[in-house]
Design a binder for this molecule. Structure first.
Ligand SMILES: CC(C)(COP(=O)(O)OP(=O)(O)OC[C@H]1O[C@@H](n2cnc3c(N)ncnc32)[C@H](O)[C@@H]1OP(=O)(O)O)[C@@H](O)C(=O)NCCC(=O)NCCS
Length: 203
């Protein structure tokens, strides 16, 4: 599927086994195959207590593919972390899936009492996070790479109390339906007696 095939996306906490399976498979593609940070699997003990978030591609109201993911977990009484943010390569920088995953990540933690939301951000993504109201608090070495330790400004992330349903995001561009069914929207609608009478009344 291409980014032009989806009319919209749902950003939500993963609630179904296939959503979690596809999120883990996406993470392996990004963090193992693409970035080479992990050999075969990036899962760790945090996954046992984290909430997994997903961006789903919607086709006619039907969810059929995980296109992005991130996870959040609580570390202290009011301290939360986000990690493993990943968007399918073909869908990057098109429909703001990364930005919306960050939005739900922070807003849903905020609703659960989070007062400080942090992430270790790969350096090439610092600007993305800064534009989304995050500040750099220092730098840390992790997995042999330098990461910025960044904190979200919670004022920019109002609490979201319904993360299981999340929200729907419209695609910016989409293939026209005519591609699948030429002329569908150009078909003449025959006038029935009833509609002819209505037309007469309206005239
Ligand atoms: C980082 C990542 C998740 C961003 O996802 P994305 O869906 O491409 O991001 P978005 O489209 O929501 O970005 C929002 C805006 O920031 C821009 N942007 C995206 N990545 C950016 C970056 N690294 N630096 C600066 N701007 C960036 C987008 O072009 C978009 O601009 P627009 O508002 O003008 O359309 C994605 O590039 C990815 O999966 N990378 C590989 C894994 C990774 O690096 N994970 C993060 C570890 S910290």
């Amino acid at each position: 599927m291409s980014y032009l095939d989806y009319s919209d996306y749902t950003i939500k906490w993963a609630t179904l086994p296939w959503e979690i399976d596809q999120a883990m498979a996406l993470r392996r593609r990004v963090f193992c195959d693409e970035q080479g940070i992990f050999a075969a699997d990036d899962r760790d003990s945090i996954d046992d207590r984290a909430h997994i978030l997903v961006a789903l591609g919607n086709n006619g109201g039907w969810h059929d593919q995980v296109l992005g993911t991130v996870r959040i977990h609580q570390e202290g009484e009011h301290l939360w972390y986000g990690s493993r943010l990943a968007v399918e390569s073909e869908f990057r920088s098109h429909d703001q899936l990364g930005k919306m995953l960050i939005k739900l990540a922070v807003s849903s933690a905020h609703a659960l009492g989070c007062e400080c939301f942090m992430a270790l951000v790969q350096q090439q993504n610092e600007i993305l996070f800064q534009r989304l109201n995050w500040q750099i608090r220092g730098y840390r070495e992790k997995f042999g790479l330098s990461h910025a330790l960044m904190e979200a400004d919670l004022n920019a992330y109002p609490p979201c109390h319904t993360p299981n349903s999340g929200f729907v995001l419209k695609a910016r561009k989409q293939n026209k339906h005519e591609v699948f069914w030429p002329g569908l929207f150009d078909m003449p609608v025959p006038l029935t007696n009833a509609s002819a009478i209505t037309q007469d009344v309206l005239r």
